[in-house]
Ligand binder design. Sequence first.
Ligand code: EPZ
Length: 430
Amino acid sequence: MDKFVIRGGNPLLGTIRVSGAKNSALPCMSAAILTEDEVVLENIPQVRDIETERKLLTSMGAEVELGYGRAQHRTTICCRTLSDPVAKYEIVKTMRASSLVLGPLVARCGVARVAQPGGCAIGDRPIDLHLKGLELMGATIVQEHGYLEARAQRLKGAHIVFDKVTVTGTEDLLMAAVLAEGETLMENCALEPEVTDLAALLTAMGACIQGAGTSTIHVQGVSKLHGAKRRIHPDRIEAGTFLIAGAITGGDLVVANCQPAHLSAVISKLEACGARIEALGPDSLRVRGDGPLHENDVSTEEYPGFPTDMQAQYMALATQAEGTSTVKENIFENRFMHVGEMVRMGANIRVDGRTATVRGKTPLSAAAVMCSDLRASAPLILAALVADGESILDRVYHVDRGYERIEEKLRGVGAQIRRMGNVFGNGKKA
Ligand code: EPZ
């Protein structure tokens, strides 16, 4: 199993480039199920979850080509024949976003069998709202042997009001609605840029969608979709992680190929803590951590609020800020797995229910730590970048699920980080 060895103390200087958004790429790849034609996606990140999605689609009979040229991260997907509309447990258990094939499979094939995802490290994570929406659209759903089977001759447009804002729920039902008969009205939808990215792809495929990016989405179903090409937008969570890396190390870092508009909540929070951030053109941000950092409270919210996927990274920053910051997690019930490992590195953090209290500024000391989940891994990297000595991060396959070659990117801006073991994807030793 790969490990990262990180020696702290270097400020990050130079330019670091953001990859495409994993959480846009995954639903867009699933959307290819909706047509017999080719769907071409560019700016696909080279991360493990994308490889899992490729396996998932090919196991159903799709042809998926992943071209990872240095410049062109492109995938071409052709779902001409889908001989086996099943998302098998072996795949779903490693990536919960596999449930995103449910809506498109029922819409295209009239049947879908998807393994029930079950609990995961960050909580229970039910998909009841996906199922409720499909039932409203006329699907019958049977649960047996750990699988959900959904069937419908043709889905029908419906009025769906989400009880709770759900990102993949909105995406899943949007993909179901575009091929349904008649009009679908979805209310209390997620506003995340990933939903907008998917809606733009579906529109390019011939779907009729209005209101994506607002809480109310109207869809007029069509009988067929065609192929399309789309460039996935940059990953706002990777960009936010790099902004914190620049600030926490006292660096001067240009975060290139990002979309500043998607990062408003993160930028204003970091500025409130004392980081200096300026836009350098439409797709680059410069962050400077040359002044003292100070405390600020944060509370996670749905977009455009402060993202839950940045909560752990923010906590790493708070350990290096003067004063006491509280961090409230409102989206998932169990998203503080990183805390124990950060405390082992010297952080002063106390958790009470969904609130963590971070007392700074504490010197961090290098330690051997364990990554427990994708987003719980990033703060350990950030903490190690400022810790005194050499840290060893174990189980970095969690990092590889969502960050493309993060060690190469960080090394390029002055971090002392290396991988021990096989480099994900190319078999070379680091
Ligand atoms: C998406 O997960 C992301 N995953 C997550 O990123 C992200 O943390 C999350 O949105 C919140 O921003 C992908 O896009 C692939 P939700 P998702 O449905 O859609 C409850 C990563 O590693 N809920 O918006 O699964 C749920 O339990 C991942 O990149 C129900 O109760 O999250 C949670 O409390 C981690 N019933 C809340 O809604 C449902 O049917 C929001 O979850 C669905 C969700």
